[in-house]
Design a protein around this ligand. Structure first.
Ligand code: AMP
Length: 280
């Protein structure tokens, strides 16, 4: 695996590779890698000639300075995991590489309100930062295939919309959520959970399952309120638990023929967790 820390050097290497008419898969991450990230890498390795991973803790998508500051950084372990998974190139830039002083900050995209829902409501400006960094990284890497996790379902939906709106030729592939044995969705943030909250956090998976099991037997608002209560009873603080249309993430009040996803966010002590499940 080759590691590059500057835009210029990684672009040079990629343009060399491109001369050979190959396919390039790209997996953007913020590091603190776990098996969920590695499942994206493996999907890319299997389906592309070259796999590029980026590790960049993007400050513009953190609405909370403390969260940015506390975000785990495990560089040596990340590098080892990426090598073992067959990554060809690691792009590991610092903030000045991604946002140089002459960086054109004016790009704005109408995300049709999806960016204001759910995560957008509780983390104002978050998706503007996500769109900004993914667009910048795509301009540097110019991959054929982009791999993102279902774990961040709203992020996937928004990046899908962005690619459509900018007429990108990049193909976005969604990879299912990897979970711990008890069902907790793998997340870089899990390492900040103390043992007590680590155990309690499985309630998010249980509440999502509860929604799936009762989709056709209970009214939507009852499913949501019971799920919220389950989460509260387990000592977590839910921010939202919502059944939404998978396409536009708009809340539903009745089950129709469309694909439905349950989205949840909750605090386990001082760690904010999100999860989701496709229900039908
Ligand atoms: P992050 O480093 O949290 O920005 O995540 C980088 C990518 O890995 C995103 O596309 C995430 O959706 C994906 N990802 C994170 N956790 C998981 C997981 N448990 N299973 C599958 N993909 C994941």
């Amino acid at each position: 695996m080759q590691t590059f820390i500057t835009v210029l050097t990684v672009k040079n290497r990629i343009s060399d590779i491109r001369k050979k008419n190959v396919s390039i898969g790209f997996v953007p991450t913020m590091g603190a890698l776990h098996e969920g990230h590695i499942s994206l890498i493996m999907e890319s390795v299997e389906n592309n000639d070259y796999t590029i991973c980026s590790i960049f803790v993007n400050p513009t998508q953190f609405n909370n300075k403390e969260d940015l500051h506390k975000y785990p950084r495990t560089k040596e372990k990340d590098i080892k995991m990426l090598k073992e998974a067959g990554t060809d190139i690691l792009f590991y830039p610092d903030v000045k590489e991604i946002y140089p002083s002459n960086f054109d900050n004016s790009f704005e995209l109408d995300l049709e309100g999806i960016d204001k829902l759910w995560e957008g409501e509780f983390r104002p400006g978050h998706f503007k930062g996500v769109v900004q960094v993914v667009k910048r990284l795509l301009e540097i890497v110019e991959p054929d295939n982009l791999y993102m996790g279902q774990k961040d379902f709203q992020q996937f939906t928004i990046i899908n919309m962005m690619l459509r709106k900018i007429n990108s030729r990049v193909k976005l592939i969604i990879v299912p959520t990897m979970r711990e044995d008890d069902g907790l969705a793998m997340s870089s943030r899990n390492m900040r959970l103390n043992p007590e909250f680590r155990k309690k956090s499985v309630v998010l998976f249980k509440a999502l399952h509860f929604a799936k099991e009762n989709l056709y037997t209970m009214p939507v608002n009852m499913i949501e309120s019971d799920a919220v209560k389950m989460i509260q009873d387990a000592d977590l603080q839910p921010e939202y638990f919502k059944l939404v249309n998978a396409d536009d993430l708009v809340a539903i009040d009745k089950i129709k023929d469309k694909k439905i996803v349950a989205l949840v966010a909750a605090w386990a002590g001082d760690v904010r967790l999100i999860d989701n499940m496709i229900l039908n």
